[in-house]
Design a protein around this ligand. Structure first.
Ligand code: FNR
Length: 376
C-alpha cells in the first residue's frame, strides 16, 4: 500500500497494521486483558490543553536535547520491543539504521532477533547513536552476565532493567490466535536458536528464563558490581519506587507500563509522571513511554517534567509498513510535529534551555493546563 499518504502516526498504524497477518498485528498492537491501560495511555493526552504565548522570538528555537552524554535531535528514543523481524525481515537492523539516520537513540530488547553487535554496528555505520540494552532479571545469572559483558563491549551506554514483569501480562490475542514463536527467527541475545523455541508460546519462554525472586537489594548492587553502564529502571509508576531508585543509586527511571502489555488497570504513564518527577526531585533522570503518538504528546510529557519520551509500537508500524524507510518516516513525523509545537507555543530559547546538571530540554509547566483546571 505504498501509495497511501502517511501524514501522521495514526496513518502509519493503519498502513503498518494492514500489512501484517492478524496474529502478528494483534501481538504487536494489543495490551493485556481488557485493554484499559493501553487505551488510557493515549487517551490521557486529551486531559491537558496547551497555553501558548505569543510574540516571542522563536527563530532560534532548538528541539535538540542531551541523553546519555550525546546530543539527540529531539527528546525521543525507540523503546526496546522484541521480535521486530516478525514485522519486517530486517527487524532491529532497520530500526537501528533509522534511529542513527535521524539522530535519536535506541533501546535494544533482550528479545531482539538480531545479535547485539549487528544491531549496533549497522547503526554506527550510518551515524553516531547511543544504545541501551534492555534486561530482565533472569534465573540464569551466567547468561545475564554474558549479556551485560557483551553490551559493555559493544559500547552500550545504559542498562534498562525491566522491573514490571515478575510475571508476563495476560494477552488474550495470543490465546485466541494461538500465537507461537514463528519459524525462522532466532533470539541471539538470549542465546535461543529457532529450533529450540519454534512453536512455543511466549508465556512458556518467559517462565523459563524470568526470575521473580528479584528485589531492589538483590538486583541493583549485583548490576553495579558488574558494569559501568548507567542503570535505569524501566517500569516505574510511583513516587515510592522512584525514591527507591534514588536510594539505590540508579541513574534514571523510565516511567512505563510496558505499553499496557503487563498489568492492566495501572494508570497512563502521563498520569503517573508527576508523582515520579516530584519524588525524583531532580536527583535522578526521568524518561517516559507509553502511548506517545504526536509531537504534542511529547511536549506535554516534557512540560510535566520528563526529559525524554520513547515509542515502541510506532517503530513497529514503520517497520511493517516499509522497513527502515517506515521507521524514518515515523521519526520524521514526530520530529516535525514536536518542532512545530516548540515554535508555535513560543518556547523560545529562554524557556527551553539546557540546565548544566541534566542538560535537558526543559519546558515550563506554564504551557500546560488541564481540562479540569480550565473548567473550574
Ligand atoms: C514491548 N515492550 C518491551 N519492553 C521491555 O522492557 N522488553 C521487551 O522485550 C519488550 N517487548 C515489547 C514488544 C512489543 C511488541 C511491544 C509493543 C512492546 C514495551 C516497550 O519497551 C515500551 O514500554 C512500550 O512499547 C511503549 O508503549 P507504546 O509506545 O508501544 O505505546
Amino acid at each position: 500500500e505504498t501509495d497511501m499518504k502517511i501524514v501522521c502516526i495514526e496513518d502509519l498504524r493503519e498502513a503498518g497494521s494492514k500489512s501484517m497477518p492478524i496474529r502478528a498485528r494483534e501481538f504487536y498492537n494489543s495490551g493485556s486483558t481488557d485493554q484499559q491501560t493501553i487505551t488510557e495511555n493515549s487517551a490521557v493526552f486529551a486531559k491537558y490543553w496547551l497555553r501558548p504565548r505569543v510574540l516571542v522570538d522563536v527563530s532560534a528555537a532548538d528541539p535538540s536535547t542531551s541523553v546519555w552524554g550525546r546530543r539527540i535531535k529531539f527528546p525521543l528514543g525507540i523503546s526496546p520491543a522484541g521480535l521486530q523481524a516478525m514485522a519486517h525481515p530486517d527487524g532491529e537492523l532497520a530500526t537501528s539504521r533509522a534511529a542513527a539516520e535521524k539522530g535519536i537513540n535506541m533501546g535494544i530488547s533482550s528479545f531482539s532477533n538480531y545479535k547485539l553487535a549487528d544491531v549496533i554496528n549497522v547503526g554506527r555505520t550510518v551515524g553516531p547513536i547511543n544504545y541501551a540494552i534492555q534486561l530482565y532479571t533472569m534465573k540464569n545469572r551466567g547468561l545475564q552476565e554474558r549479556i551485560i559483558r557483551e553490551a559493555e563491549a559493544q559500547g552500550c551506554k545504559a542498562i534498562l532493567l525491566t522491573a514490571d514483569s515478575p510475571v508476563l501480562g495476560v494477552r488474550y490475542n495470543e490465546h485466541r490466535n494461538d500465537f507461537r514463536t514463528p519459524p525462522g527467527l532466532d533470539f541471539p541475545i538470549l542465546e535461543w536458536k529457532n529450533e529450540e523455541v519454534r512453536g512455543r508460546t511466549h508465556e512458556a519462554g518467559f517462565i523459563g528464563f524470568n526470575d521473580d525472586a528479584h528485589s531492589w537489594a538483590r538486583e541493583i548492587p549485583w548490576l553495579r558490581a558488574r558494569t559501568n553502564m548507567e542503570i535505569w529502571i524501566k517500569g516505574v509508576l510511583t513516587g515510592e519506587d522512584t525514591q527507591l531508585a534514588r536510594e539505590y543509586g540508579c541513574d534514571g527511571i523510565v516511567v512505563s507500563n510496558h505499553g499496557g502489555r503487563q498489568l492492566d488497570g495501572v494508570p497512563a504513564t502521563l498520569d503517573a509522571l508527576p508523582e515520579c518527577v516530584e519524588a525524583a526531585a531532580g536527583k535522578i533522570r526521568i524518561h517516559v513511554d507509553g502511548g506517545f503518538r504526536r509531537g504534542q504528546d511529547i511536549f506535554k510529557a516534557l512540560a510535566l517534567g520528563a526529559e525524554c519520551c520513547w515509542v515502541g509500537r510506532p517503530a513497529i508500524w514503520g517497520l511493517a509498513y516499509d522497513g527502515q524507510n517506515g521507521v524514518e518516516k515515523m521519526i520524521d513525523i514526530l520530529y516535525d510535529e514536536f518542532r512545530r509545537y516548540i515554535v508555535a507555543l513560543s518556547v523560545s530559547d529562554s524557556r527551553a534551555f539546557c540546565i548544566p546538571t541534566l542538560s535537558a530540554l526543559v519546558i515550563d509547566k506554564q504551557f500546560l493546563t488541564s481540562t479540569r483546571l480550565a473548567i473550574h
